[in-house]
Design a protein around this ligand. Structure first.
Ligand code: PLP
Length: 379
């Protein structure tokens, strides 16, 4: 089936008792057993819930995986991925990941005996140099948050196969509509469903999609054992959001291209980061491994004071953490999403005090550009 058909139908059959076309929200904590020792396939809702199961099947189909498991947030999903490792294991990770991922790895998981090396995963020779005999995982976010650097997923997968590493990819920025890491050779895909998948800024969630059955069994076990599951209501919201994923992503990208091109020509804006711009150093790679450039853009206004003046003057674009909603969200990574990264490290990663990130929504592009233009006039 085509992507849009799967987005609307995969994992979802009309309700067998009523014919309801939408998957019901199964708000139940337990299921009555027909007899001792027998179930209808359901026993307890932490273990299995039909609304969540429909979403998990849907997402596994869209990412081309063997199975998917949904969690209460993107961070809960990433935490579950890390349970594929054991104390003493070493991970090589993209140095420009979401700040919350950095915080989880450095300030929580290190205390449990995992070790991390942060490196620019767009340089695979550097990744090779960072490997140790104890390295078990290559953890990649591509494009990275917030400076939009890409990692070559085919090459990263070849390296991971050669060195027997698990390749885990955070695909939140692109969604499976624009990028399919499993098809490019990754073992594990993780998403914050909070973002483009749900798309309406009204639910928090995460998913892990696995290529192979062995990793799938472990993540399913951990989902039940640790219990950080997605609620049936949130599962329903994400199912509903995904039905329009294809049309939303196409419009997000159309607006993303228009806003990026406009910003790139503005005299008060420096260094616009967007994989679709001819100035992006990895545009050819973007074309090879993504079917579109997405709607995430970052750019530099030169200083914190200028960024603040600009952000405080916007009227339509909302100053907020998060991304991927239908409404345009704008943020200041150094003090918001990436505030947990030490200032010296932020500087090395290009997360300057003047950097602004936009998640371009699906409003009318001309209105977004008028709002940005008005705020830039104040500088
Ligand atoms: N991965 C990326 C790329 C993100 O941007 C975020 C949140 O912004 C997360 C993971 C974490 O997701 P959540 O906020 O749903 O826990």
């Amino acid at each position: 089936m085509g992507f849009s058909t799967d987005a609307i139908h995969a994992g979802q059959e009309p309700d067998p008792t009523t014919g309801a076309i939408t998957t019901p929200i199964f708000a139940t904590s337990t299921y009555v057993l027909p007899a001792l020792g027998k179930t209808k396939g359901y026993d307890y809702a932490r273990t299995i819930n039909p609304t969540r199961a429909a979403l998990e099947k849907n997402l596994a189909t869209l990412e081309g995986g063997a199975a998917g498991y949904c969690f209460a947030s993107g961070m809960a999903a990433i935490s579950a991925v890390m349970t594929l490792l054991r104390a003493g294991d070493h991970v090589v990770a993209s140095d420009k990941v979401y700040g919350g991922t950095y915080r989880l790895f450095e300030r929580v998981l290190r205390d449990y005996g995992l070790d991390f090396t942060w490196t620019d995963t767009s340089d695979l020779a550097g990744v090779e140099r960072a490997l140790r005999p104890s390295t078990r995982m290559l953890y990649v976010e591509t494009p990275t948050n917030p400076v939009l650097t890409l990692t070559d997923l085919r090459a990263a997968a070849a390296l991971s196969r050669r060195r027997k590493l698990i390749l885990a990819v955070d695909n939140t920025f692109m969604s499976p509509f624009f990028q399919k890491p499993l098809a490019l050779g990754a073992d594990v895909v993780v998403h914050s469903t909070t973002k483009f998948l749900n798309g309406h800024s009204d639910s928090l969630g995460g998913v892990v999609v696995l290529r192979g059955k062995a990793h799938a069994a472990r993540i399913q076990f951990v989902q039940n054992a640790a219990g950080a599951i997605l609620s049936p209501f949130d599962a329903w919201l994400v199912l509903r959001g995904i039905k329009t994923l294809a049309v939303r992503m196409a419009r997000h990208e159309e607006n993303g291209r228009a806003v990026a091109a406009w910003l790139a020509k503005h005299p008060k804006v420096r260094g616009v980061n967007y994989p679709g711009l001819p100035t992006h150093p990895q545009r050819a790679l973007a074309r090879r491994q993504m079917s579109g450039f997405g709607a995430m853009i970052s750019f530099d206004l030169g200083s914190y004071a200028k960024a603040k003046r600009f952000l405080d003057r916007l009227r339509l674009c909302s100053l907020a953490e998060s991304l991927g909603g239908v409404e345009t969200l704008i943020s200041h990574p150094a003090t918001m999403t990436h505030g947990s990264i030490p200032p010296a490290d932020r500087k090395k990663l290009g997360i300057t005090d003047g950097l602004v990130r936009i998640s371009v929504g699906i409003e009318d592009a001309k209105d977004l550009i008028a709002d940005l233009a008005g705020a830039l006039r104040a500088l």
